[in-house]
Design a protein. Sequence first.
Length: 100
Amino acid sequence: MRRSRVILGLASTGAVLGLLQTPASASDGTVTVFRTEAQPLAVYENPNGCHRLPGTAHVLANATDGPVRIYGDPFCLGPSLEVAPGHGSHVAPGSGSFGT
């Protein structure tokens, strides 16, 4: 009887934890980064996860169906700025990455 309760408890805990996890899925659309007039646009199709920004990034345009966050480091950690779908933002010098 005790073993059944332990198994039931573990199964219930696993189910709850499974519900709390958010599935990783790519955003539909593109993120476009303007660098300089002499360089082509950097286009990220259906971005998923963390992407390092080019060192000369100047403007980021979010044409996806979800928000994009701009980070000051290349690992998508620390403080960030959210760019809503259909919006853009200047990219501060030294910004390192963006994530979906």
